[in-house]
Design a protein around this ligand. Structure first.
Ligand SMILES: Cc1ncc(COP(=O)(O)O)c(C=O)c1O
Length: 437
């Protein structure tokens, strides 16, 4: 049949009758691979090494329940009311004390409380990025940041990391090449401590160098630091913001050191930027919830919150050790990072294997992880995966890694038989997609 004889095709109809109405920016809004995974990975028979959920059983639930009841009882009229767009003064003062642990000297006026640091990321991107603006981000980068950047139609240029974090020479090269194209990135987004997903920490001598390079190229630094107090030996590192109060916007959170369900985070920004952030936050939420801010304030005032962070750190160190031991034992053909804190190990599988393609088979073998491609804006990372050790017990982690090893063995066999391992190498119902399994 020639082209002219082809029957006319009916225009493709979308299942979404509102498709023609959406703003262009929604094109970048696609469900993250992590979100699709949560539904599957939360089944009890699956060992989930996927989600980065804090180990909440370590919290003193009874005394927290009493504290929450006290907030309603004695502060209900303010805690249940609208509040200031910038957050309560008391919490902002306490946040300054928390940040002082990493060398930051800040005034509460420069702190804006947000609904988790995710909202701070959104606000920062909203006030700085026009469509097609470039932002620099580590390779790999936190998936929530990448989805935010995509939703504002910003273009991400990744900068290489090694075991000591962001590589200064790679940053210079990326800036040089952008300059040659007449482009200046709006900011560098970085997670210097116990990186999500890479598990590495920016070496202290590199910190000044990175700040210098950014200042030289007039690039703002967005320092995202939710894990900084979770060093397994109790070690902390000087925040970038501590070294440069002018060119760094610092994002913090109580999600990993206390509880993510409260959704309390913050941004510490140079004064002028703070003004814009508050206006952006006001248009999004009017004000952060007074109730959860008050709960956090009371918790910080009445509980041994530093002792609680130590309890968390010890739980995570034990789990990290279990994961590294299991990797050593079961996965000799792979390489991985050795986190000194935080929640994550970044694993590289042997050449020829594809972590995204094999995920459905891993889930049928009752282990879940996040494929490396989720953490790149440019689909790199097919040989990597993020393994979280924060939530499962040490025994479950060992079992999860054992199952993962069996999956990798199966993949290697398929590779030897078929020469490539794609989603179609195993057919039929035993290969469900991660969101339907
Ligand atoms: C690097 C990083 N930034 C930000 C967030 C968001 O945290 P929050 O719960 O404060 O919104 C996360 C959560 O996993 C994270 O890992």
């Amino acid at each position: 049949m020639t082209q002219a004889q082809q029957p006319e095709r009916a225009p493709q109809r979308s299942l979404d009758p509102h498709l023609h109405r959406y703003a262009r920016r929604t094109a970048g809004m696609t469900a993250s691979q992590i979100r699709a995974l949560f539904a599957v990975a939360s089944r009890p028979e699956v060992v989930s090494l996927a989600g980065g959920m804090p180990y909440l059983p370590a919290l003193p639930m009874e005394s927290l329940a009493e504290e929450v009841a006290r907030v309603v009882d004695s502060e209900g009229l303010t805690a249940l009311q609208y509040g200031s767009a910038q957050g309560t003064v008391e919490l902002r003062e306490q946040i300054c004390e928390v940040m002082a642990l990493e060398g930051i000297s800040a005034h509460p006026d420069d702190v804006t409380v947000t609904v988790g640091s995710q909202m701070a990321l959104d606000m920062v991107t909203r006030i700085f990025c026009d469509p097609d603006d470039v932002v620099l981000a580590e390779a790999p980068s936190y998936v929530g940041a990448l989805t935010t950047f995509a939703s504002y139609q910003a273009q991400v240029v990744h900068v290489a990391m090694d075991d000591d974090g962001l590589v200064p020479a790679a940053l210079r090269a990326a800036l040089g090449s952008l300059r040659a194209q007449g482009r200046t990135p709006k900011f560098l987004y970085t997670v210097p401590n116990f990186h999500n997903p890479a598990g590495v920490t920016l070496a202290v001598p590199r910190r000044a160098e990175i700040l210098e390079i950014c200042a030289e190229h007039d690039v703002l630094v967005i320092e995202d630091n939710p894990y900084g107090l979770l060093g397994f030996e109790g070690q902390t590192y000087p925040a970038l913001r501590a070294c440069d109060p002018v060119n760094v916007v610092y994002l913090g959170s109580f999600s990993k050191t206390f509880a993510p369900g409260l959704r309390v985070g913050w941004a510490l920004a140079p004064h002028a930027v703070r003004e814009k952030l508050v206006l952006a936050a006001e248009s999004a939420t009017l004000c952060p919830p007074a109730f959860t801010q008050t709960v956090v304030s009371r918790y910080l005032a009445t509980h041994d919150w530093k002792g609680q962070i130590k309890t968390y750190r010890e739980a995570y160190r034990e789990r990290r050790d279990a994961m590294l031991d299991a990797l050593e034992h079961y996965l000799p053909g792979c390489t991985w990072t050795h986190p000194a804190g935080g929640f994550y190990v970044w694993l590289t599988v042997p050449e020829g294997l594809d972590t995204k393609a094999m995920l459905p088979r891993a889930v049928t073998q009752r282990v879940a992880y996040v494929p490396g491609t989720a953490f790149y804006a440019d689909s790199l990372g097919s040989r990597q995966m993020r393994l979280s050790f924060c939530y499962p017990t040490a025994e479950r982690i060992t079992e999860g890694v054992r199952r993962l090893a069996a999956v990798l063995d199966g993949e290697t066999e398929l590779l030897a038989t078929f020469g490539s391992v794609g989603p179609r190498a195993v057919s039929g119902p035993q290969a469900p997609s991660p969101d339907t399994a």
